[in-house]
Design a binder for this molecule. Sequence first.
Ligand code: SF4
Length: 344
Amino acid sequence: MLKDIRQADETEITSFVRAQGEKPFRGRQIMEWLWKNGVTDFDRMSNLPARLRESLKEHFTLSGLLIKTEQISRDKTRKFGFQCHDGLLVEGVLIPSQGRVTACLSSQVGCPLNCSFCATARLETRRNLSVGEIFDQVVLLQDASQKTFGTRLSNLVFMGMGEPLLNYENVMNAISHMASENGLGISPRRITLSTVGLTKGIIRLAHDKVKFNLAISLHSANDEKRNSLMPVNKSNPLPALTDALKLFYQETHTRITYEYLLMKDFNDSLRDATELADFCKITPCKINLIEYNEVAGSTHQKTTPERLQAFMEFLESKNLIVNIRRSRGQDIDAACGQLACKSG
Ligand code: SF4
């Protein structure tokens, strides 16, 4: 089987080029086509000799994601269904807001973690996305953002389908090409990886001293409640998460974001807010309170505006930074926790 060229690094590509009797600088040119220009067709590498393009085709594969579907929400959020080379589908979302456009990216086809509030969890888990497939989402969404909103992407968030820390190498590799000056040149400060809180992965991020932002899908600062929402909490309970986050902050000095979906009579009381405020003391942080989107098969419901207000005011009284995230793209199932490739 031929190797995906986007799984090869510059050293490997340059030695391939040399073995073909070409000058080593051709390796850099190929890297630029792949990661700066985002081409997914060897024939578009127009400054390479034709014989080198032919050898590349004989030795490597290069297949890009294709936009299969596009849905537009009343609030202008756009959801894209991307088709992989093997026919599997993943989703990405463009969210315009106040002159900025955020791209929400997927890291896996399906997800094995089974969070009770998430539509992706209802899908069969198929596989990790490759480096190229993760990267292509940004190239395609960048293009769509420019065509539709006349502006480049302001932020990238890994909050689509899948748990990014279960696909650690490919996600990290793709982010490095997104952030590199030899790639898309997007500042890591504009990139956020969101995780359910896999402690081993967070420790690895800390040791790798990553420059991008980390968000934790927390949703409760109580182990019992969190166990019922997210089975993964049983093996990654809050004390272990606390230690991992302290290490992350110590190594990166990056403020942590907590995502908190407010669910009626489940995690929206002042007692829940007190537990959250205590948990949040561990490092500098900010909290995003998110409107819950009802998902088929889940018994949870959205909280009331009054309880949301009281919850927020309590946290603010504890000097915490709190934002309310209104749900976007709900009518096309593009909102948080709703991605399930229904359109495909
Ligand atoms: S919320 Fe994230 S980690 Fe949980 S099942 Fe959905 S995609 Fe997986």
